[in-house]
Write a protein that binds this ligand. Sequence first.
Ligand code: GTP
Length: 359
Amino acid sequence: MTEAVLLVGGKGTRLRPLTLTTPKPMVPAAGVPFLAHQLARARAAGVRHVVLATSYLAEVFEPYFGDGSAHGLRLTYVTEDEPLGTGGAIRGAADALEAGPADPVLVFNGDILTGLDIRALLARHERARADVTLHLTRVADPRAFGLVPTDADGRVLAFTEKPRRPEEIVTDQINAGAYVFRREVVGSIPAGRPVSVERETFPGLLAGGALLHGVVDASYWLDLGRPAAFVRASADLVRGVIGSPALPGEPGEYLLLPGAHVEDGARLHGGTVVGAGAYVAAGADVEGSVLLDGARIGQGARVRAAMVGRGARVGPRTVLDGAVVGDRAEVGADNELRDGARVWCGTAIPDAAIRFSAV
Ligand code: GTP
């Protein structure tokens, strides 16, 4: 039986205000909590037991996912009262694992959407007889990530988190947030205190002579930490750019959840999701965006690559491009919010108050 630990306890600060009341893995992407896509992909790769390592807003996971049987999995919940970081969370999950000391345990960051072949990663781990195997991906600008150079055999040579100096950028391979741990390595992480697996555990293992193996994989990969990436991931899931067994419908230009109402003459495209009870007025154009449950888009509004929170209202002719509108916020008519603008939950922007701005 293959087991996995999913790290879902982070505060998701970069995704505020959407993560003020909902933990990032529970924010809907393509109509269901993002975590549902991850669980479905894990299930499809043969995983049957998942330990959810929760902390921030821990109480919201179990009411939705229950014992996991509806998703074809067995779920165990472990909770840190204080967030113990990625390593502390993995260590905290150890007691819930059933794997033997030499068995593999998958670990996934809860905010990565990837087409990684999980079975192939496990096979590479076995073949390399590694202590830890890491999924690596190549990015054009690795500066915001953890760099992981490897030798010709895939052996990890170093870890450099978020390099500052040009001479530190020795590779375009980054830590992609999916790992296979030999079970006994999980047990070697110190318990009960904050540990970063990226900054402490992996460099420590390397210094101690452990075999860390990197698998560079070129399939779809996106870190959903920022709003623009989250919206893009949702749109890619809706359009089938990346497949998910959890998509509630067929892939297409848009997805309407039950109770969504779209007036004739409105245009939906680019992988837009219209949430339950949400409303789009005539003449509105909504492209590649996420409208959460009960959101309302006014006549002639143009919404692109944006996220509109639960029960939020967007006034007539208003333009949202790369903006995030928090739950129950109201943006009046004839405003223009672009490029990372955020409207806090419950706030109101009067008509024609903002042009080309970030809030
Ligand atoms: P930001 O606050 O925006 O950086 O997001 P984040 O809190 O999710 O942090 P980050 O993206 O670095 O976390 C990567 C993954 O690890 C996410 O899936 C988090 O949910 C998870 N994670 C981060 N810190 C913790 C923690 O202390 N405990 C647990 N259980 N999970 C964590």
